[in-house]
Design a protein around this ligand. Structure first.
Ligand code: GLU
Length: 457
């Protein structure tokens, strides 16, 4: 069974890049009939805020991305301590005493010699006396995970294909700060094992983390972690897939994308269905279409469709998709957000004219009135007087009225339709009159025609 997770840090609101990661993990889980876990990565106590965790839940709910379980890293600290102790006992974690400035100097020296800025493992070479001196001086160590340089790192990435890393080209990662707090690397691996995550799908900015975490996973399993798989069975490592990054329309990483989230979308009148339809297909070989039906998006989801090129997020494309989606939304999906009194027939008549739902009120006002048409010429007034006389309220009053007027006056095309539309709605364009007229109602329609004709009804 497939298990995926979305693991945001509650240090801010979700932005469009996070939303895309959440969506694809959700699609992957739903496609496989599996589980989608929301994991709140809140080990950074200084930056994590409860209100952000709540906003993340609210945004996911608004997007319709339902989760099957929620986990919080701050509730699992004891588990990370146990992992830390086990890895330390296995000789895979070592204390380091360099200050941030010392590390920065080492980095600069390496770079100035044209070398990659890989941590030199000086802490491993400290003598017992040097270590004792640090301890005596009250220096608290930070902790690094010891990569195994003799174990080449390789995986079959679900999107990028075969990946290889030489561990000697990577720095031993710092996994715990001197104040005892946790960095992302170890807790995430412990969680993925414990929670039986079968597929880690995330942005390609995590590729080198994956390389490191593969060794952490292996070391954890060797230390007896990850019993989640069930009795007797060795826990399986998750499969990994890394998505190409999301960039702005110009093809660059954009600041705006980093700030664009559900609040902004809501304010722009973008429906969650439009965001989902766009992000589900962006960066894949499948066409971007105004698909409202989640089942169709789930059925067509496949990691094999993802490309390696950055996915371009274009707000104009989102606007177009939003309009096309609104034109399909059923009344029940929007009823609560429509103007008072607007029923299913009203929605059906008006939705083809909307590019955002908030515009419904403007068109509904055309139905409920009053309307203010422009002044008409004497010929048009005579024509509209004729219209008021000929109006019959049958199954299709607009078709009957225009047919009768055509016969009676010889008018056709624009000359026939425009004065009627103007008189009945006060506007020269808008929803299909055949749908609108029955909503206006017989008495009101006759009154509007008569008023426009300059005769009192
Ligand atoms: N909290 C991490 C982040 O937001 C999770 C990364 C991951 O998916 O492992 O970047």
């Amino acid at each position: 069974m497939i298990t995926t997770r979305f693991a945001p840090s509650p240090t801010g609101r979700l932005h469009v890049g996070n939303i895309r990661t959440a969506l694809h993990n959700w699609l992957l889980a739903r496609k496989g009939g599996g589980r989608f876990i929301l994991r709140i990565d809140d080990t950074d106590a200084a930056r994590s805020r409860e209100e952000y965790a709540e906003a993340i839940r609210a945004d996911l709910a608004w997007l319709g991305l339902t989760w099957d379980a929620e986990e919080r890293q701050s509730a699992r600290i004891a588990r990370y301590e146990a992992a830390f102790d086990a890895l330390r006992a296995a000789g895979r974690i070592y204390p380091c005493y360099e200050t941030a400035q010392e590390l920065e100097i080492k980095r600069k020296i390496a770079l100035s010699r044209g070398l990659p800025p890989i941590y030199d493992r000086a802490a491993l070479r400290l003598t017992a006396a040097e270590r004792a001196a640090h301890e005596a001086a009250g220096n608290q160590p930070h902790w690094r995970f010891l990569l195994d340089h003799d174990a080449p790192i390789a995986w079959q990435d679900g999107i990028r294909g075969p990946q290889r890393f030489d561990p000697a080209q990577l720095s031993d990662p710092v996994i715990r700060r001197a104040d005892g707090s946790w960095l992302y690397m170890l807790p995430s691996a412990v969680d993925d094992l414990d929670m039986g995550v079968s597929q880690v799908l995330r942005g390609e900015d995590h590729v080198s983390n994956t390389a490191v975490q593969l060794q952490i996973f292996t070391a954890l399993i060797a230390a007896g972690f990850g019993e989640g798989a069930g009795a007797g069975k060795p826990p399986a490592l998750p499969a990994f897939a890394h998505m190409a990054l999301l960039v702005g329309r110009e093809g660059k990483l954009s600041k705006r994308l980093g700030a664009l989230g559900c609040d902004a979308f809501r304010a722009q009148g973008i429906e969650p269905e439009a965001i989902i339809a766009l992000l589900a297909r962006l960066g894949t070989a499948l066409p971007i279409e105004p698909i409202v039906d989640r089942a169709a998006l789930i059925a067509s989801f496949d990691l094999a469709h993802f490309g390696r090129a950055p996915a371009r997020f274009d707000e104009a494309e989102l606007e177009r998709l939003n309009a096309a989606i609104i034109h399909q939304l059923p009344y029940e999906a929007v009823a609560a957000r429509l103007p008072q009194g607007m029923d299913a027939a009203g929605w059906h008549a008006i939705r083809p004219n909307l590019s955002r739902l908030s515009e419904a009120a403007e068109w509904w006002a055309v139905v409920t009135g009053p309307v203010t048409p422009p002044p008409f010429s004497p010929e048009d007034q005579a024509f509209l007087a004729e219209a008021a006389r000929l109006l019959v309220w049958d199954d299709a009053p607009w078709a009957s009225l225009t047919a009768a007027l055509k016969d009676a006056t010889g008018r056709k095309g624009r000359a026939l339709f425009l004065p009627l539309r103007l008189a009945l709605t006060g506007r020269d364009h808008g929803p299909d009159m055949a749908e609108l007229l029955p909503l206006i109602g017989e008495a009101e329609a006759r009154a509007r025609l008569a008023r426009a004709a300059g005769i009192s009804a």
